[in-house]
Structures are given as structure tokens and as C-alpha cells.
Design a binder for this molecule. Structure first.
Ligand SMILES: Cc1cc2nc3c(=O)[nH]c(=O)nc-3n(C[C@H](O)[C@H](O)[C@H](O)COP(=O)(O)OP(=O)(O)OC[C@H]3O[C@@H](n4cnc5c(N)ncnc54)[C@H](O)[C@@H]3O)c2cc1C
Length: 238
């Protein structure tokens, strides 16, 4: 059955980085969809309904009245949205879909491996767990080029302060030696991931973003750490 599109107003456009913006799409009146944190929506411009692209929700299922997606200037759709979308514009939106869902069970530990814009759905994961005061432990291991490339840094750090079950760690891959950053440097490694895990059988790994990044994470988790495949969930963007 074809999924029905809904036209939504862009209510706000928030720059996150020079090439990345969060778009808030306002739900029309009496629109009250049932969806889950971690899903993606599919959007299109009304003047080009045949050109549709998926975006992970960076808001969570407890955020009502709007969807938020966080988009990098990349390719045709990414460039059109980041460079041209403005409040008052309208986008067609297909309902949330996908199975990249946080397993919010009390004894579970979600280890989220993110690189660049692939961090977007993890904001939703951490937001929902914090607002619901869940016992689920969430660790976000986030790889960026430099300290200027961290998306949602303030919100992640604030949520980690509010929720002692949340850890947010950043590693920078392209800093110069003289740059002042006391945090971790270099890519995500198997050793770093292993350090976070205390009960492997109750740990679920997540990776999201452009294919090479997700494949890199799969290599670490499935091959180097030997984690069984059902314990890893991925969302490949292409
Ligand atoms: C489930 C899912 C969730 C996603 N969530 C997000 C998200 O949260 N945020 C986000 O930013 N994206 C996300 N994406 C990716 C998004 O759907 C688009 O693919 C992306 O915005 C690029 O737009 P496009 O497909 O129109 O690019 P196209 O124009 O079709 O290009 C596809 C790719 O080719 C490359 N490319 C295009 N033109 C050039 C060029 N001239 N030179 C070199 N390389 C080029 C780009 O790397 C681009 O990614 C998601 C994808 C999926 C499947």
C-alpha cells in the first residue's frame, strides 16, 4: 500500500555547522502520528515530487507537533535543503519508517558509534531515554574531524549531565598537535569500544551514516570484537 504524503511547513531552520542544518517540520492540525524514535522520514519538494530522500529523525517520539531532521550539504537534495530551505517553505513528507530503534530495556547498554552527521538519530535516542528517566545505559562514541564539527555538542553534554546513564565521548581525527583539546584523538578503535562494554551479552551496538562509516563500525564490532550480528543495528545512508 502506498504511504500517503503530508505537506508540512518548515517552521524553523537551525544552523548546526557551516554545512549542516536542522529543519523543523510542523505537523498540520489534527495530525497525530504514531512513530518511534530512530525512524526516518522521506521528504520531497512539492515542485519535484518524484525526487524523494530519506532523513533520520533527530527529534524523538516524545516531541509532538513537529519532526526534526538534521541534514548535511551533500548531493542534490542535501544541497537544496541546506542552501535553500527557509521558514515558510513546504515539503512533502512520507510517514516515519525503519527499524533502527533503541532497545529501551533496563539492563541493556546501547553503544552508539557515530561519525559526522551520522550522530543525528542518537540525539533522539538520548532525549527519549532522559525524558522518560529510563535505566537503559547509552554510550555515544562520536568521531569528528575537529572540535568545530561536533553536532549537538551542547545538548548531548547537557543530557549526559541530567542522565547518569548517558555517556557522550568525542574523538577528533584531524586536529593539529598544537590544537587545544584534552579529549581523545584518532579514529574509533576496537580497544576504545571494548573499554565501554562491561556486559557484552547485554550490549547492543548501533551505527548510522554514510555506508563507508557504517561498514567501518561493522568491521570493528562484528569482526574485531566478534560480536554476534543480532547485537548490532545499522542504518546505511548510501
Ligand atoms: C535511512 C536514511 C536516513 C538518512 N538520514 C540522513 C540524515 O539524517 N542526514 C543527512 O544529511 N542525510 C541522510 N541520508 C542521506 C540522504 O537521504 C541523501 O542521500 C543525501 O542528502 C544526499 O542527497 P541526494 O541523495 O539527493 O544526493 P545525490 O545527488 O543523489 O548524490 C548521492 C551521493 O553522491 C555524491 N555526490 C553527488 N554529487 C557529487 C559531486 N558532484 N561530487 C562528488 N560526490 C557527489 C554525494 O556524496 C551524495 O551523497 C539518509 C539516507 C537514508 C537512506
Amino acid at each position: 500500500m502506498a504511504r500517503e504524503a503530508t505537506e508540512m511547513l518548515i517552521a524553523a531552520v537551525t544552523p548546526e555547522l557551516p554545512d549542516t542544518k536542522t529543519i523543523r517540520l510542523e505537523w498540520p492540525e489534527r495530525f497525530d502520528p504514531d512513530f518511534k524514535t530512530g525512524q526516518f522520514i522521506t521528504v520531497f519538494w512539492p515542485d519535484a515530487p518524484g525526487y524523494k530522500r530519506a532523513y533520520s529523525l533527530s527529534s524523538c517520539a516524545l516531541d509532538r507537533g513537529f519532526y526534526e531532521v538534521t541534514i548535511k550539504r551533500e548531493g542534490r537534495m542535501g544541497t537544496r535543503i541546506v542552501d535553500w530551505a527557509k521558514p515558510g517553505d513546504k515539503l512533502g513528507v512520507l510517514p516515519p519508517a525503519g527499524k533502527f530503534l533503541p532497545v529501551y530495556e533496563p539492563d541493556k547498554h546501547l553503544v552508539c558509534l557515530a561519525g559526522g552527521s551520522g550522530v543525528t538519530p542518537f540525539r533522539g535516542f538520548v532525549r527519549e531515554a532522559t525524558r522518560r528517566q529510563l535505566e537503559t545505559k547509552i554510550t555515544v562514541l562520536y568521531s569528528v574531524r575537529t572540535t568545530n564539527d561536533i553536532i549537538f555538542e551542547h545538548e548531548f553534554r547537557e543530557l549526559a549531565q541530567q542522565n547518569t546513564n548517558v555517556n557522550f565521548y568525542v574523538t577528533c581525527t584531524r586536529l593539529h598537535e598544537e590544537d587545544c583539546w584534552t579529549g581523545r584523538r584518532g579514529r574509533i578503535t576496537a580497544d576504545w569500544v571494548r573499554e565501554q562494554v562491561h556486559d557484552m551479552s547485554n550490549t547492543i551496538f548501533y551505527a548510522c551514516g554514510p555506508n563507508p562509516l557504517v561498514e567501518f563500525a561493522e568491521d570493528i564490532v562484528l569482526r574485531e570484537l566478534g560480536v554476534p550480528k543480532p547485537q548490532m543495528k545499522t542504518e546505511k545512508w548510501g
